[in-house]
Design a protein around this ligand. Structure first.
Ligand code: NZQ
Ligand code: ZN
Length: 391
């Protein structure tokens, strides 16, 4: 087992109606002014924003609204939030929404706490975050796992770059997880979310090491998400399904499912490049590339993919190579059943070879880095994977 540090400081308030106590959860931090960061308006339409604002007002807690985080949130939008937050004396941030609102909020927290720093310096690694503002969240979609993660992913539109920042200062103080808040989700977003939860687990599971307990947790999580994902896309009001998905989403990205291993995360890197170029939803970008990545890398260790096939999909084939391929096919078929694209023609159309080369150059940052750990991939490998997906 590889050495690890496990740190998950986020307090979880899980269950129906937990959001009713939001003033108590926020009030503990004695804020002067709370900035409510949200997305494109789903919480306005559902009435959740109005409800939270009333609960805060009734408790005498002052707030400032900042909406407009779009899926695949931008650095430029976070800058606007920082400016507003500084003007209004904001000292606590409450993100209400999914990964896009929460990741924007993380950026705003760092920016307000460090007004003399361009926060992009944190994302490209030229500066380290040393202080930030307190952050709480109310989750409305089981997907990105940002509510417990140490990551924040922003896109710098000026340089067409989608980058993640990893720091423990990204971890929210608390997350309110009321599964009923997900009932208004469109089917497509449920499919994207289920895919992302699976991918956070699989991008850790497929690594060069074997760790029995961690692997077994990952397999149980995947079986649970596969089962309840199918239920959820048929009925978004199924409380049991939404509860299981919501909790799985957090556990799949708070590092539990990768302890003792060496994260791979190559499919995420391959997917980010698709998103930067075509603004594809995050989960859909991962489904588009995963089976092509898997077919390219599985022979680095067929027994690992065979174990996945048997323990996650119940495949009984005894030959490892055959079982591995069957497990990849089962995963691809499952993504299709969620309405996800599984190759370029499903989502962005067939691309010219020059486009694939450009994406490989982008993903490898001009050939200056490799990605992955299950099989380390250079610019040429990345190009070959995009070629397989170009069908
Ligand atoms: O913006 P609104 O109007 O709220 O609508 C959102 C958005 O259109 C909608 N939605 C969310 N909750 C809803 C709802 N619609 C109706 N009812 C509800 N209850 O769903 C759409 C997607 O929301 P978004 O926040 O973008 O989803 P998700 O949680 O999948 O976040 C995706 C972002 O997170 C990043 C992704 O790259 C992407 O930018 N990630 C963040 C990670 C992290 N911080 O740890 C890790 C992930 O790997 C990922 O990269
Ligand atoms: Zn993800």
């Amino acid at each position: 087992m590889h050495s690890f540090t496990y740190y998950t400081p986020t307090r979880i308030y899980f269950g129906k109606d937990t959001v009713d106590n939001i003033a108590e959860y926020v009030g503990k931090y004695l804020p002067e002014n709370v900035m409510i960061v949200y997305g494109g308006g789903s919480i306005v339409r559902s009435g959740l924003l109005e409800k939270i604002e009333k609960l805060l007002s009734d408790a005498g807690i002052k707030y400032t609204e900042f909406g407009g985080a779009r899926p695949n949130p931008t650095l430029e939008h976070a800058y606007e939030g920082i400016k507003l937050g500084i003007e209004k004396g904001v000292d606590f941030i409450l993100a209400v929404g999914g990964g896009s609102a929460i990741d924007t909020a993380k950026g705003i927290c760092h920016g307000i706490a460090n007004p003399d720093t361009d926060i992009w310096d944190y994302w490209i690694g030229t500066k380290q975050v040393e202080k930030t503002l307190p952050l709480g969240c109310v989750l409305t979609i089981p997907a990105a796992g940002s509510e417990m993660s140490h990551s924040s992913v922003l896109t710098n539109m000026a340089v067409h770059s989608k980058r993640g920042l990893t720091t423990d200062l990204n971890r929210p103080l608390f997350a309110v997880m009321d599964p009923t808040l997900t009932y208004t989700l469109p089917v497509y977003q449920i499919g994207c979310g289920v895919t992302d939860i699976m991918m956070h687990t699989m991008d850790r599971y497929f690594n060069p090491l074997e760790n029995e307990l961690t692997d077994a947790i990952a397999e149980a999580l995947l079986r649970t998400v596969i089962k309840f994902g199918t239920v959820a896309i048929k009925n978004s009001h199924d409380y049991e399904a939404m509860s299981e998905l919501m909790w799985a989403g957090s556990l799949s990205h708070n590092n539990l499912t990768g302890l003792g291993g060496i994260n791979d995360f190559a499919p995420h890197q391959l997917g980010h490049e698709i998103t930067v170029k075509y603004d594809t939803a995050h989960g859909a970008s991962l489904a588009t590339i995963w089976s092509s990545w898997a077919r390219y890398v599985y022979d680095a260790k067929p027994s690992r993919f065979a174990r996945f096939a048997r323990n996650v999909w119940g495949i009984t084939e005894t030959d490892d190579n055959k079982a591995a391929i069957m497990g990849i096919q089962a995963t691809e078929d499952y993504f299709k059943s969620l309405g996800m694209p599984v190759c370029f023609s499903d989502v962005i159309g067939i691309k010219d070879d020059s486009v694939l080369k450009e994406m490989a150059t982008g993903c490898s940052r001009g050939g200056t880095r490799t990605i992955g750990s299950f099989k380390v991939l250079d610019e040429n490998d990345i190009y070959e994977i995009y070629k397989i997906a170009n069908r």
